[in-house]
Design a protein around this ligand. Structure first.
Ligand code: ADE
Ligand code: ZN
Length: 329
């Protein structure tokens, strides 16, 4: 059994496997411009973040009904559980669905149905994080948060994703202030393709508690010192970074150096259907390529629960942490 872990950086739309995309397309009477799942999978070669996002948004067209979102989340939870995930904090991109005429209520109710039964079915607890698309306008983000107001019982926090370069965190100050007023937790993608300065902005302007990716923080020693001192978690995604060419090869990934610098790093899968692996696949691949020791792997697992938004369930967090400490490799 893989080591128990929390997954804190996972886009539910990025768990859409080609086979499920074809099943949902057929169910909804839609045609995909690929002969079959194999031909589609062969397209999963990306030059950068944007070339991935183009396919990611295109394939989402198959997600139309509540049942589609339930099936998507159910498939992810089953795979995650098999990889030792005990707790998952799951991103979703409502603007991409609203733009296609799929209402917020359909998306949230569909996801919530799978998430609510996951503790019994899969032994996995969950939280849901609504992401704003940073390549859409701040006004669109504000409208999206307003549309989510009736569903906040299901939503723990907000995030910021999509094309990073040229779309700095500071554009979204107002909507993050509103999210804070509503009692939502705050995270943001920063330092994936964008500069270390975006990581600083996410902290200083948006008030985020975790940084998603944060890879390019390592270019700024004073920022690293600050992140270490304040124990700001970074949700790193090794296989994603290789597939989107943020790093050349896994053996050149800064994960080990980040750990050794004292950063609170976690390992996550980002968009596992597209990047070749789920949570344990990422952990194993990184541990092998970077020759991480068992102590470092255990630290990554411990960090994942400590960085999670389980503050309203400290008994559960303590139980998960005890499982990590008791784990034998
Ligand atoms: N949306 C889905 N995956 C993403 C990533 N890795 N970076 C930014 N936006 C995303
Ligand atoms: Zn991401």
């Amino acid at each position: 059994m893989p080591i128990p872990k929390a997954e804190l950086h996972l886009h539910i739309e990025g768990t859409l496997e080609p086979e499920l995309a074809f099943t949902l397309a057929a169910r909804n009477g839609l045609a995909l411009p690929y002969a079959d799942a194999e031909e589609l999978r062969a397209r999963y070669r990306f030059q950068d973040l944007q070339s991935f996002l183009d396919l990611y948004y295109e394939l989402m067209a198959v997600l139309r009904t509540e049942e589609d979102f339930t099936d998507l989340a159910e498939a992810y939870l089953a795979r995650a559980a098999a990889q030792g995930v005990r707790h998952a904090e799951i991103f979703f991109d409502p603007q991409a669905h609203l733009a296609r005429g799929v209402p917020m209520g359909t998306v949230v109710a569909g996801l919530a149905r799978a998430l609510d039964r996951a503790p019994e079915r899969h032994g996995v607890t969950t939280r849901l994080i609504l992401c704003f698309l940073r390549d859409a306008s701040p006004e669109s983000a504000a409208e999206t948060l307003a549309a989510a107001r009736p569903y906040l019982d299901h939503i723990t926090g907000v995030g910021l994703d999509s094309a990073e370069a040229g779309n700095p965190p500071s554009l979204f100050r107002a909507v993050y202030e509103e999210a804070a007023r509503l009692g939502l937790r705050r995270v943001a993608h920063a330092g994936e393709e964008g500069p270390a300065a975006y990581v600083r902005e996410a902290l200083d302007v948006l008030g985020v508690e975790r940084i998603d990716h944060g890879l390019r923080s390592v270019e700024d020693p004073a920022l690293v010192e600050r992140l270490v001192r304040a124990r700001v978690p970074l949700t790193v995604c090794p296989l994603s970074n290789v597939r989107l060419r943020a790093v050349d090869v896994l053996s050149a990934h800064p994960l080990r150096a980040m750990l050794e610098a004292g950063l609170v790093v976690t390992v996550n899968s980002d968009d596992p259907a597209y990047f070749g692996g789920y949570a344990e696949d990422n952990l194993r691949a990184a541990a092998d390529a970077l020759r991480l020791g068992e102590d470092q792997v255990r630290l990554l697992a411990r960090n994942s629960f400590e960085a999670s938004f389980l503050d309203d369930a400290e008994d559960l967090r303590a139980a998960y942490l005890a499982e990590v400490e008791a784990y034998t490799f």
